[in-house]
Design a protein. Sequence first.
Length: 65
Amino acid sequence: MKKETEVREVIEKIDVLSEIYSDLGARSYSTKEQRDMAKLKMELIKKEMLLLTYMVNSKVDSFVP
């Protein structure tokens, strides 16, 4: 049961990060510096989502005997 809870929490984190990623992409930026900063943030969020997805897959694989 503990692993299932951990998986749900990680999936919720992925959902939140996905929303933040979308918001950053949808905004309009007035300066090149702001655009570049948003791109960097989006890159970091994307990498974190990939790592969290890997964690979820690893935990789900451990459910199967």
